[in-house]
Design a protein around this ligand. Structure first.
Ligand SMILES: Cc1cc2nc3c(=O)[nH]c(=O)nc-3n(C[C@H](O)[C@H](O)[C@H](O)COP(=O)(O)OP(=O)(O)OC[C@H]3O[C@@H](n4cnc5c(N)ncnc54)[C@H](O)[C@@H]3O)c2cc1C
Length: 416
């Protein structure tokens, strides 16, 4: 049977929408199937400087500049006693007009913009449409089964199926390829505040990471609609100590543990709803299999402490779209064509993962390593900014004087 589409994409988040935009722009027949009706809520609001590259490749920069999203120029860190470091400005290292200025986004709006952009480039999008199964001929995926919210069910055939289903990792979960990252088994609880105190001027969009005891942390992300996104991430046994189980109670107890957070939220009003997630940081054993390609969180999902998720999702969508277009042009979409895609994405995830491991180690602090090795500062900055396809072995050597650096995980090659 002749496939109706060159690619069918499961999920319309940043990874799916960017893959779709690149393929459609190249004249490919693309269908995006999204379970929800957009705009839909999603966590993950803080972008990092190297998101600029994929956004530019997509042609999104003019739209981002015309948006109301809060401009983000820096990150700062706060000790439990309330002492706040000077904001760390990205423009000390990168061009202020491009890479060094990024954004705090509300994902409902940002993801809608990306999806509209994919539509403008020619992608077909169907919302309220869940993918419920992969169709296989032998070992090759040849399409998907779809269930609409209306109750209608049908199948779609495509030369390639791209899994961009996010943390749900539709394909790798069903195939048994999802691998835990046992050390990074934290819990996150988050909510929103309105009318809380905001910094002024260039610091208005600063992300603040505020430390809690036992290597837990708060995020404080100022959004453009007078809301602040505030969350805590920590070990479950720390958050539930003394038998506390209610998310609001856990959250409010931790506010009392950090003076800066307490003072900066004091004038605000909590909007009420609390979200909770656990079990994050998962990796797919493979990036591709016959007829199948994995992008974004569906390929690898890393602890969000350094806000790398959206950048990695967009980067993987752009790269996967370009490589799939070349494979379609060559008439060969076999898994081995995606070996370089898998290698590049895993290299990036591993570099960020090593820094995340160090962050959670009680023996490590950015201050100590920079005091001993001042040259480490630029390398740490580059890694935190998302410049991830680089050799950081010198940095890992220095970090290993304070905390063990994990070996790279042996995942991410195509299944051939
Ligand atoms: C607590 C927390 C805080 C975070 N903070 C940040 C941050 O500050 N900055 C940052 O960059 N990242 C952050 N992240 C990570 C970020 O949210 C993700 O990395 C990013 O959303 C990944 O994009 P994606 O397109 O791969 O997946 P998603 O954005 O999750 O999109 C997947 C889409 O697929 C759809 N879908 C799923 N299953 C199906 C199906 N079967 N059929 C059809 N559609 C389906 C979903 O509805 C969804 O719309 C955070 C994550 C967490 C958990």
């Amino acid at each position: 049977m002749t496939p109706e589409y060159d690619a069918v994409i499961i999920g319309a988040g940043p990874a799916g929408a960017s893959t779709a935009a690149i393929l459609a722009e190249a004249g490919r027949r693309v269908l995006v199937l999204e379970r929800e009706q957009f705009p839909r809520y999603h966590v993950g609001e803080s972008l990092i400087p190297f998101t600029f590259g994929p956004l530019q490749r997509l042609g999104m920069i003019p739209k981002m500049r015309a948006s109301q999203f809060t401009k983000k120029y820096s990150v700062s860190f706060v000790q439990p006693d309330g002492h706040r470091s000077q904001p760390f400005y990205f423009f000390t290292r990168y061009d202020k007009e491009t890479v060094a200025q990024t954004w705090q986004v509300t994902r409902a709006e940002f993801d809608q913009m990306l999806l509209d952009h994919a539509r403008e480039r020619g992608a077909e999008v169907r919302e309220n449409s869940s993918v419920t199964g992969l169709i296989k001929e032998g070992e090759t995926v040849v399409g998907v089964e779809v269930a609409e919210k209306s109750g209608r069910r049908y199948t779609v055939r495509a030369r390639m199926t791209v899994d961009a289903s996010g943390k749900e990792a539709f394909a790798s979960r069903n195939a048994g390829w999802r691998m835990n990252d046992p050390y990074l088994n934290k819990i996150a609880i988050w909510t929103y505040y309105e009318g809380a105190r905001r910094q002024k001027g260039i610091d208005e969009g600063t992300t603040t990471i505020a430390f809690l005891p036992e290597k837990g942390w708060f995020w404080h992300i100022p959004l453009h609609d007078d809301r602040i996104s505030v969350g805590i991430v920590a070990e479950g046994k720390y958050l539930t100590r003394d038998g506390v189980k209610d998310p609001r109670a856990m959250f409010e107890r931790e506010i009392a543990e950090n003076a800066w957070i307490r003072e900066n939220l004091a004038d605000g009003r909590c909007t009420g709803e609390f979200w909770v997630t656990s079990e994050y940081s998962r990796h797919s054993r493979y990036c591709a299999a016959p007829g199948l390609l994995l992008v974004g969180d569906a390929f690898a999902f890393l602890d969000p402490v350094f806000s790398s998720g959206v950048m990695l999702a967009l980067k993987s969508g752009v790269l996967a779209g370009e490589m799939l277009d070349q494979a379609l042009e060559a008439g060969d979409v076999s898994p081995s064509r995606f070996a370089e895609y898998g290698r590049q994405m895993r290299e990036g995830v591993e570099n960020m993962r090593k820094l995340v491991y160090a962050f959670y180690n009680p023996g490590f602090s950015f201050k100590d390593i920079v005091m001993r090795h001042p040259e480490a500062k630029d390398l740490i900055t580059d890694c935190l900014s998302g410049d991830l396809n680089r050799d950081y072995s010198q940095l890992w050597d220095w970090i290993s004087e304070f905390a063990p650096v994990p070996d790279s995980l042996p995942y991410g090659a195509p299944l051939v």
